[in-house]
Design a protein around this ligand. Structure first.
Ligand SMILES: *Cc1c(COP(=O)(O)O)cnc(C)c1O
Length: 751
């Protein structure tokens, strides 16, 4: 397999007819003779931009006779060179850097620079051919060392051209070539993707299911990079990682302590294991954003009170008073970007709960930057627990460079207890396909290797910086509009003037008003700046509706039709993320699209003109103006006081009528009734009920409908009838028309 990693030469004489130009071009030709690609540049223009090339080059060759580095004064020359090399080394410790000169020698260069070099070339002392071979040897050693273990083995396998008799049946893509539509598929995805799509009969690649060979070496490599004792790659998303963690340590009738606003995979794990959950309730602000679970909820006394209040948990504890709660699972980084100080939680719960599990689907980057110190589950310098084992589950594909479904489970042993890998692997096998997708495994491997410091740290720093720059840009636009309305980005009032500032800028203070979560414990939570919630006008953080307003769904629909797709839409807020794939172009496009929105809104332009696709899909809005439409939806929200209703329903007390697994079993047996909204109060749901937004399960199987929830469902039914295209989607609520009759029901257990 041939990869493209050119050698970069920077010399102002590269195109000159003087001796220096002849010399450097002779070297370039000699390298090309050896088959290397060489790119010559005559100027640094922007040093830091040039240093960015570190990701696609195999070596740098810098002339130190250049103007940039000389001049009458020696010092600025050296300073320039140092800046440039530091800029490269900030991201890349290994790429070879050579200096060369005619008049100067290495004695002109201070040690701190020499230390970073792979050689100093005296141009006319050796032949160009000799120097070329020397450079190319270093460059090749560098690129040969790049691929981590599994990816390396896969590359070798895919390029060795052996015939396979094993599955997959497409035989390295050949099957596709036998049909026209197959040809299209083959041409689109390319030969390599299909050649690398192999099965676990290929021994030399190792086995994911029993963690052997190159796959095991990759998992060990990732464990080292993420500072964990164990790492397991998972090819079916963190949804599966979470179930694996749970099945490895939770059994029927175990008491488990769970974030009420957890991902649905955790609720599925509760159903599958037959556990008895007690829930920790996060705060919510009036914008509908999910805040932290208060520190006081985590105390052993508070957890005991919850057990006492739950008849099933109480009974389980009476039967087995010696058993502790088996697991705590919290969403580490809520969907709105709030994270917890893990050291404080360890201090409270070590030894009180057997396993502490942090669902870090949105936080795999945190361990690579001191900005997040102590605000993530597993990291360098974080002390071990005495008794509890720590798990973190990461969606590699959400914020790092993994392809969809790439996920990993990290484990940190405690002083007293080590993970039993055999027991753990039984759960792993239960949830893992016997035909895992090798491209996903390779992306787990590569995503980890990319994050190895210093490269990974630089990438995280870059995304934090872009996120904060976006916030600065939004503030600048706001300031320029003066009293006229504009969109705000939810976050601290003060942010650093430049650079990324410090962690403490983002820590939630008890007396801060901006977050709206009230009196939070000092130092317990921070907002991850790379998660940005844009707030639209109409509702303030105190929960008051303004006369006029712009519900977020109006804005995000508009944005979608202008090529900007956001991550999540709330009532008066929407959410975007600054992953390591962020570019300046992306967020600048958003800022300008929002300005366009404002312009069209102020002019009240008709929908047919600004959103033709939407108008075609929903002709009832065709001639409505953008401002009028916003106002109509806003009025509907305001009249129903919907912000209060959604907050109340998530905070309302939930009464379990039976264990979630029992309720689910009733459904498997068909012992359910389809209950219309009007009849729901007091009935127990058999299904997960999940409103979008915010996409957080509201009721879990076995829990009873209370009045607040029924009130919300009535609103949703009315709203969806009035505003098609802006539907509040509620998974679990079936809204269907049969023989002209509209029915809205939920499957409830027959009691
Ligand atoms: C997305 C998500 C998951 C599931 O991850 P997938 O990789 O999509 O399966 C689990 N937990 C949380 C908190 C998530 O946001």
């Amino acid at each position: 397999m041939k990869f493209r990693f050119p050698i970069l030469i920077i010399d102002e004489d590269f195109r000159s007819e003087n001796t220096s130009g002849l010399g450097i071009r002779a070297l370039a030709e000699a390298m090309e003779q050896e088959g290397a690609e060489v790119i010559g540049s005559t100027s640094y223009v922007d040093l830091s931009q040039y240093a960015q090339q570190q990701s696609r080059a195999s070596a740098f060759i810098l002339s130190i006779d250049d103007e940039e580095f000389s001049g009458s004064d020696e010092e600025p020359a050296i300073a320039n060179l140092r800046d440039f090399i530091q800029e490269i080394r900030f991201k890349n410790n290994d790429i070879p850097i050579f200096l060369y000169g005619e008049t100067r020698t290495s004695s002109h260069i201070p040690n701190d620079i020499l230390r970073e070099l792979h050689g100093f070339i005296h141009m006319f002392e050796d032949t160009p051919e000799f120097v070329a071979r020397h450079i190319l040897r270093e460059a090749r050693a560098y690129t040969d060392g790049l691929a981590p273990p599994f990816f390396r083995a896969l590359l070798e396998y895919a390029s060795d051209g052996s015939y396979s008799w094993h599955c997959p049946g497409h035989s390295g893509g050949v099957a596709f070539l036998k049909s026209p539509v197959g040809q299209m598929f083959h041409q689109f995805f390319g030969e390599n993707m299909l050649r690398a799509d192999v099965c676990n009969a290929v021994e030399e690649l190792g086995q994911l299911l029993d963690h052997t060979g190159p796959i095991a070496a990759s998992e060990r490599n990732a464990a080292r990079i993420f500072n964990a004792d164990h790492c397991f790659f998972v090819t079916n998303g963190t949804s599966t990682s979470n179930k694996i963690v749970w099945h490895s340590c939770v059994a029927a009738d175990d008491i488990v302590v769970v974030d009420r606003n957890c991902h649905k995979s955790i609720l599925h794990a509760i159903i599958m294991t037959g556990a008895i959950p007690v829930f920790l309730t996060p705060t919510r602000n009036n914008l509908g954003l999910i805040g932290p679970i208060p520190l006081s909820e985590f105390t052993p006394e508070s957890i005991q009170r919850k057990i006492d209040a739950n008849p099933f948990a109480r009974e389980a504890q009476q039967r087995h008073p010696e058993r502790k709660p088996r697991i705590l699972t919290i969403t580490q980084s809520t969907y709105d970007g709030i994270v917890y100080n893990v050291e404080k939680l360890k201090g409270l719960l070590d030894g009180k709960i057997d396993t502490l599990h942090f669902d870090e689907a949105w936080l795999p980057h945190a361990t690579f930057h001191s900005f997040y110190r102590n605000m993530h589950a597993i990291g360098q310098d974080q002390p071990l627990c005495d008794e509890s084992i720590i798990f973190a589950t990461h969606s590699t594909h959400k914020l790092l460079a993994g392809i969809s479904q790439a996920s990993q489970i990290l484990v940190k042993d405690s002083k007293g207890k080590k993970l039993d890998r055999h027991i753990f692997n039984e759960a792993y096998l239960m949830h893992t396909s016997t035909s895992p997708q090798y491209a996903i495994i390779a992306s787990c491997d590569v995503a980890a290797a990319m994050m190895e410091p210093p490269g990974g740290t630089a990438l995280v720093e870059e995304s934090i910086l872009e996120a904060i720059n976006f916030r600065r840009a939004m503030r600048k636009v706001d300031a320029e509009w003066g009293d006229d309305w504009w969109f705000e980005v939810w976050g601290p009032d003060e942010i650093a003037e430049d650079g990324i500032g410090e962690q403490k800028d983002w820590v939630l203070g008890s007396s801060d008003n901006w977050h709206g979560f009230g009196n939070v414990a000092e130092g317990f939570n921070m907002l991850d700046p790379i998660k940005a919630t844009v707030v639209t006008p109409g509702l303030n953080v105190a929960g008051q509706f303004a006369e006029s307003g712009i519900p977020a769904s109006i804005v995000t629909r508009y944005l979608a039709e202008h090529g900007v797709i956001v991550e999540k839409t709330g009532l008066y807020s929407f959410f975007i993320m600054f992953t390591i794939g962020i570019t300046k172009g992306r967020w600048n496009t958003l800022v300008s699209a929002l300005q366009q929105f404002k312009d069209d809104y102020d002019k009240n332009l008709p929908i047919w003109k600004i959103q033709p696709e939407f108008a075609q899909a929903f002709p009832i809005y065709e001639s409505v103006g953008l401002r009028d439409l916003s106002q109509r939806v806003h009025d509907a929200y305001r009249q129903s006081d919907i912000a209060r209703v959604t907050t109340d329903m998530y905070l309302s007390p939930m009464e379990p009528a039976m264990k979630p697994s029992e309720a689910y079993a009733k459904m498997s047996h068909g012992e359910i009734d389809r209950v219309e909204i009007d009849q729901l109060e007091g009935r127990s749901t058999a299904v997960l009920l999940t409103p979008y937004p915010p996409g957080i399960p509201l009721l879990i199987p076995g829990e009873r409908f209370n009045r607040t929830i029924v009130e919300y469902l009535k609103f949703a039914k009315m709203f969806n009838g009035t505003f098609p295209g802006f539907d509040t989607d509620i998974h679990g609520l079936v809204d269907e028309v049969i023989d002209g009759n509209r029915r809205c029901y939920v499957d409830c257990v027959r009691e």
